[in-house]
Write a protein that binds this ligand. Sequence first.
Ligand code: FAD
Length: 413
Amino acid sequence: MSQQHIAVIGAGIVGVSAALHLQRDGNRVTLIDERNPGEGTSKGNAAVLAIDSCAPVATPGVLWDVPKYLRDPLGPLAIRWAYLPKIAPWLMRFIAASKPERVEEISIALRAILLRATDVHRDLARTINETSILKETGWLGVFESDKKFESYQWDLALQKRRGVPFEVMAQEQIRQFEPSLQPIFRHAVYYPENSYVLDNFRLVREAARVFAENGGTIAKQRVTGFDFGPKGPSAVKTETGRIACDGVVVAAGAWSKKLTAMLGHKVPLDTERGYHVTLPNAQKMPRMPLYSGDHSFAVTPLEVGLRFAGTVELGGLEAPPNYDRAELLLKHGRRMFGPMNEEGRSNWMGFRPSMPDSLPVISQGRRYANTWFAYGHGHLGLTLGPVTGKLVADMVAGRESGLDLKPFAIDRF
Ligand SMILES: Cc1cc2nc3c(=O)[nH]c(=O)nc-3n(C[C@H](O)[C@H](O)[C@H](O)COP(=O)(O)OP(=O)(O)OC[C@H]3O[C@@H](n4cnc5c(N)ncnc54)[C@H](O)[C@@H]3O)c2cc1C
């Protein structure tokens, strides 16, 4: 295989994974990020490999929920009024993706890629020489409200059609299974395929360290544009200079839209902002990650503490965080576990890179054959980052991956 110099833009879980796989194929790779590796959205997620999550965010009936999203700024899904005109075209596509037949197609595509995710995470854990960072515990969804559990039957039916294994638990089993919980939950569903990583930020930092140790270059620079030769981009322009290359991978998460436009494609990428609260010494630690079915957030027992993470806020990349949303996560957390030690708590907000159909873009460019795009993983970026990296390397090498990549094409809209 002829060695190429590939510039990967973005050192989150997706870009670092792509860089490692491209390097493994014998390419010379420069990983470019204006921040240190992992300091974007990959820094503060819930650290869960949500292999069960084959339903898109937009599900049938979502259209009727939009007024509620606008009314309640602290609801599990909220739209900021000021951002409504900007996000309206994305919302129209989001609603279009909620049609039952489209939901089936999306879930089939998601399930196919999700089924490959754990193996590539195991491989990543071996690559960084830390197999114990991946905890294959499964995860437990818990419900206090009968009504919420009733509406969750739709999700369970979809998961059943996609072959997702799960076990529904009776009320009396729940605390035996997860003793850290208060006795308030009436329903639970256990997903054995799911797992989590002990520290999602450290995972990316370690992966970047191994990449650099193996001869990869990390350039801490902000990308501003490209130079073009006869075949496409020939250099990445940054605030401080140019990096000549044979090909470009855009893996800049929620910030990929402008870079993509410069390379000839218009994509409906936006952001679903999410929040977390981490308690470094909560003194309550579940033995596996949990999901609150009542309030749509995750709780993960990380090595850096107990993390409550989730919620969706459609508010763009510029608006300041609304940490009342994080406060609410903690309030729900107190109800789940009772009093906790909250000393040293930290709040965080991150920008999920989200396509309206909840499918990532994993695609070669149509305009220039030496461009590849890998972003838009929404709620599943940690889960799918490593497998996406592998697929990027397959595309660059012209190697058949065995996965149908049409649902992830850049020009599908
Ligand atoms: C609250 C919350 C909880 C979540 N929980 C989970 C979970 O449990 N499981 C899961 O699978 N996913 C989860 N996610 C989603 C996941 O975190 C994201 O999908 C994932 O981190 C995206 O990774 P990325 O590499 O695409 O982007 P990022 O990690 O954001 O990396 C993109 C990088 O590109 C860089 N960049 C951008 N523009 C430029 C430029 N012009 N020049 C140079 N560099 C640039 C940025 O600095 C950044 O470092 C969660 C997200 C949130 C917000």
